[in-house]
Ligand binder design. Sequence first.
Ligand code: NAD
Length: 505
Amino acid sequence: MKTATRYLNFIGGRWVEAASGRWFESRNPADHGEVVGEVAKSGAEDVDRAVAAAQKAFAGWRLVPAPRRGEILGRVAAILRERKEELSRLLTREMGKVLEEARGDVQESIDTAAYAAGEGVRLMGKTVPSELADKFAMTIRVPVGVCGLISPWNFPTAIPSWKLFPALVSGNTVVFKPASDTPIVATEMVRILEEAGVPAGVVNLVHGGGGDVGMALVRHPGVALISFTGSSGVGREIAGECGKALKRCSLELGGKNASIVMDDADLELAVDGSIWGAFGTTGQRCTATSRVIVHSKVKDVYLQALVKRARGLKLGSGLDESVKVGPLMNEARRVEVHSHVEAGVKAGAKLLCGGRPASGAGLANGWFYEPTVFDGVKPGDALAQEEIFGPVLSVITVDSFDEAIAALNNSKYGLSASIYTRDVNRAFRAIRDVETGILYVNSSTIGAENHLPFGGLKETGNGHREGGWAAYDIYTEIRTVYVDYSGKLQRAQIDNRPQGQAAPR
Ligand code: NAD
């Protein structure tokens, strides 16, 4: 019998087994009989070692000039570019998304590395005039310390790169805990950082479950910052722990994203965008279109075309380039998606297509689920409120723009939204009124560009943004610096004006 390849932790520049000596499997969700590899099953002891290594390395790494750190990220971008196809195929095998999307995932990490390389020569502070004579005032950015990075499985290279690369260029050292569903792609990312010349201890990788490794990292007193992407439930728990310790914490959480299709919309475009938004990545994107809010005047035409397209989507292994929809991540995901669907049917929503695990040639050994569309959903229904994270689209019908915006904002989440309209006034009112961190006009809710801020309002996060320049606000502290070159004691926060002289009005 062929034994599976084993994937290790990376601590202090060495590839090591978990202290437990135990392993867990990573399996192909399109063919769960295939073990992609065995992975070190770690715990708190491994986290302790990794944090100690990161603390030790921080002393040197923070002093490496940022442009030199950026050069290493430039090499990371080059290696990722060279290995793009191989990594994309591995990503599809381990996570299931179709190859075209896997290539997009890897490309996002290439772009993020290139951006980080450039940021090495910026990392801008500000200079402003002082209120006193012969005095200079500025801010500089300094690293935070050891960062704990916890990522989900749905973007196995892109999301880790959003965290790792800005953290490293900013001068931090990191302990990275990837999702236990996609540990092998994560291992390759760390190998690339090692190959690019990141010094020992600067990047540490600890594999394992959220409760064992993730929480140990969150609670570790040596960790100065937690960056977490995942579900709102876990995010809330992490925020509580970080709050108690007054630890810096950035959270990117769930979504229940909606597209509005107005009566003046280009309906062909709206159908294209809805299919891509709802069923791309099998609905397993935090920005997935989970609700469509359609104007009653165009609903019938829109729905007819939408359902026809949804029924025609080809399911299968993402390695087959003709496949449009891959499997769900694992059995638990499929059980959960189906329970939402069953509850929706019970509550009286009208099932237009899908609604069950998919069967057929080539699908028996994977976690496939039929693309599903519900009609007759009301804004307050569970189908319109709960994040399903699967290929399920709920259609809400409205009679006006104001009703559409109210339905869109009737959510505890606030990540992404979109509106299809040809009316520029409506588009700008939507830009003003939607309660989301991202808005697309005349496109789908999904598809972020790496150089722009990414994140959401309400229970989607806690106010931070990843991506672009905004990520650097997470990974740096601002130090305010005054240089007084007057040679005498000048006092700020004292009224220094001559007695009786008022400030000009
Ligand atoms: P999850 O919350 O179950 O897990 C995310 C990560 O946290 C994993 O690495 C997991 O091992 C770890 N974890 C789990 N429990 C933990 C705990 N108690 N303490 C510390 N770490 C713990 O989420 P998931 O199923 O991997 O991902 C799906 C969720 O992620 C969805 O809700 C989705 O919307 C969200 N997501 C959000 C964004 C965004 O940027 N807003 C992006 C992608 C995914």
